[in-house]
Design a protein. Sequence first.
Length: 283
Amino acid sequence: MSSNKRAEIERLLDESYEIESILSTWQINGFVTPQELREGQERYQSWYARATPLVSEVTRDQFKNMYEGGVFIQRIKSFLGNPIEINQFYDSTQADSPIPKWTYPFSTTFLNSFHEQRCILQAEIYSVAEAAPILSELAEAFARFPSFLQVLQSSGRSNIPAPRIEREEDLQVLVGACLRLLYDDVRPEDYVPDYGGGRSRVDFLLPAVGIVVETKMTRKTLTDKKVGEELLIDWGRYTRHPDCRGIFALVYDPDRRLVNPAGLQSDLSQDQSNPATRVIVVR
């Protein structure tokens, strides 16, 4: 995560407690002036508008729902709309009335939802920070993938057939085997939620560390620009996977079809994004 994004999230978290302190007095006092109401609404709306783009796509709907609410569950939007509306079923003559005084109680319609939004923002700080070192470890391990293949293919033992990578499926078999040397739980072809009416799958998921692993093998019709485009399209789908905190892409280019592999790696490797991404080209 970039230092600027982290600093902005930390500022928003600090500001959230100030907003909570101001709005909590409305129902305690039992009244709020029109100016105080407007200022409080604008203060929260500004916070919400700045915070939403910083939340990853995976949790953005949840973050928005904490504001919007619905027909049966009232949340922040309802509280801000009329914080001192008295519940029509409230009986002030009962000391222990089972019906709350306010139609939109601060604790249940605002505070609980605001707390959830804070938790989502806090998770943004840690999720990317945790993924980047793991992506670096995977990149370091698979940088030696060509040496691994060379040893297997030049073993000189006729009774042990050397692996041949002729298709992307062959590559996936070997990558999957290597991943199992590093992690106990390696899930091939794990599906992501529905996307545009269809289901997509990732090549491998490492659920213990929240990393999606994708493989690409270059061919005559799959060179620099096309590889980059396909990876970006795939990543747009993978971000919907609830366990995805980082994406590692291994591009195998045995025939050296890529003109600028270093550029591809540099352009698509983003430690500061969420999910973090890392691309490595091996030949």
